[in-house]
Design a protein around this ligand. Structure first.
Ligand SMILES: Cc1cc2nc3c(=O)[nH]c(=O)nc-3n(C[C@H](O)[C@H](O)[C@H](O)COP(=O)(O)O)c2cc1C
Length: 198
């Protein structure tokens, strides 16, 4: 049985295009896999904590033999690692907010990336991700269609680099629903996912 973790990070509830694109991706995965279990994690309804001094210090304190930190302010971070480790596939839905990922998703990533847990260094100082063998689908929604005119793809490039370098997940596929702010916009998820990569 495959386990899918759907991370949603838009405040727009059922109207969210990024969330709905993520759901369409999961529908395709269900068609292909007979048994699939889906866990949805709404980062707006249960927001990740922002860094505190204690938390940052805790991130640099070696974990106990269980592999997890016993520091109370790292409870969310420990839980996050458990959920990521249990997932085979991660569908990550994010709105474009000021060219970047949602603030909720950024806070979640700040809880995820941990030296000694999600990454380490090799003998010549290169970062090596420690949580591998997973696939990520990015589901990005933007009001405009300006991706091609930007100097950088701030969302897909950032998420791909974070997961490759600081986590170890290299299999990242991006889908976008663009132009959601245009008058009479109606998403064509079939077209967006026409060449879906399982
Ligand atoms: C605070 C805020 C900032 C936004 N910034 C951008 C932006 O930089 N570029 C863009 O194309 N659309 C921008 N939008 C529009 C959203 O990307 C668009 O509404 C998208 O559908 C949001 O995803 P969602 O439907 O999943 O919430 C912004 C919207 C908000 C509320």
């Amino acid at each position: 049985m495959k386990t899918v973790l759907h991370i949603t990070s838009s405040a727009r509830e059922d109207s969210s295009f990024s969330t709905n694109l993520g759901k369409e991706i999961i529908n395709l995965l269900k068609e292909k896999n007979d048994s699939i279990s889906v866990l949805t994690w709404d980062l707006v309804k249960s927001p990740p904590p922002l860094y505190t001094n204690e938390m940052v210090q805790g991130f640099y304190t070696p974990v106990d033999t269980s592999g997890y930190s016993s520091i109370e302010s790292l409870t969310y971070a420990n839980n996050l690692i458990r959920k990521i480790s249990a997932a085979d596939i991660i569908v990550m839905s994010t709105p474009m907010h000021n060219f970047a990922i949602s603030a909720h998703l950024k806070a979640w990533i700040d809880q995820l990336v941990r030296f000694g847990i999600t990454y380490t260094y090799d003998e010549i100082g290169n970062r090596v991700g420690l949580i591998t063998d997973k696939k990520i689908y990015l589901a990005i929604a933007s009001g405009g269609k300006q991706i091609a005119s930007l100097s950088k793809d701030y969302i897909a490039d950032y998420l791909t680099d974070v997961f490759r370098t600081y986590v170890g997940i290299t299999d990242v596929t991006t889908y976008r629903v663009e132009g959601t702010a245009f008058p009479d916009f109606s998403p064509n998820y079939c077209e967006i996912l026409a060449n879906f990569q399982y």
